[in-house]
Structure formats: structure tokens, C-alpha cells
Write a protein that binds this ligand. Structure first.
Ligand SMILES: [Zn+2]
Length: 135
């Protein structure tokens, strides 16, 4: 894991990883894609294909859309950051600035977790709006 800041591409990967984590991931297994010939349509990066933003999005959730296979877009790092974020929240370790001050978290992680906090907040707002409409 690098020490630098998270760039725009990294932010997008992180947000995609978050939403992919919360989505139904069944049917998004690259080996099954390949066997059923879906990898071209899904623009799988693992097959060396690149997303075509002029075409239809391959995957999306809420306002997040991607033009390539989300599995190949998400890096191991972004996946790990999402898992650590959700775990720390579950454990009630939500004061990321304080953890950083005690050097328990790197600046990079604090930045990533702050981005994920924003996504989680939107997720909750979305849930509230939609349940209000239902009842
Ligand atoms: Zn794939």
C-alpha cells in the first residue's frame, strides 16, 4: 500500500468497491463470465478489455455506474479498505481522526474512510427516503 494520497481513480475504485460490497454479487464471477462468453459484453479488465463510456454501463448501483466489469476494476486495496471501514464501524471505532492522531491509522486510510463515510451517509439517507415513501 502506497503512502501517497488517493487520486481520482482511487476514489472511484473505492466508491465502486463500497457499492459492490453492498450489492448482490452473485453472477459477477470472472471465471463464470469467461465460460459463458460474457466477458466481452462486460468489458472485463482481466481479459485486457477497457470500458467504453460511449456504450451502455456494465454495472451500477444508486448513482455509481461503471463501464467495465466491477470485479476487475476494484483493486485488492480498495476491497480491503472497505472491509476494514465496515469492521471498524461495527466495533464502534468511528473517530478516525483520533485514531490517526494516536498513529493507529495512516493518513491514507483516514482519507479513504472519510470518503466511505460520505457514501454510507448517502446510503442511509436513501434508505430513509424510500422507507418513508413505502409507509
Ligand atoms: Zn470480470
Amino acid at each position: 500500500m502506497g503512502a501517497g494520497r488517493i487520486d481520482r481513480g482511487g476514489t472511484k475504485k473505492l466508491i465502486v468497491a463500497f457499492h459492490f460490497h453492498l450489492s448482490n454479487q452473485a453472477g459477477w464471477k470472472c471465471d463464470i463470465c469467461r465460460r459463458s462468453g460474457l466477458e466481452k459484453r462486460r468489458r472485463c479488465g482481466r481479459m485486457g478489455l477497457r470500458g467504453d463510456e460511449n456504450g451502455a454501463p456494465v454495472w451500477g448501483r444508486r448513482e455509481v455506474v461503471v463501464w467495465e466489469c466491477p470485479k476487475s476494476l476494484i483493486t485488492g486495496e480498495s476491497e480491503m479498505l472497505v472491509e476494514e471501514f465496515l469492521l471498524r464501524r461495527r466495533l464502534g471505532q468511528v473517530d478516525f481522526r483520533e485514531l490517526s492522531g494516536r498513529r493507529e491509522l495512516s493518513a491514507r486510510k483516514v482519507e479513504a474512510f472519510t470518503i466511505l463515510e460520505g457514501e454510507l451517509r448517502r446510503e442511509r439517507e436513501y434508505g430513509q427516503q424510500h422507507s418513508r415513501r413505502d409507509f
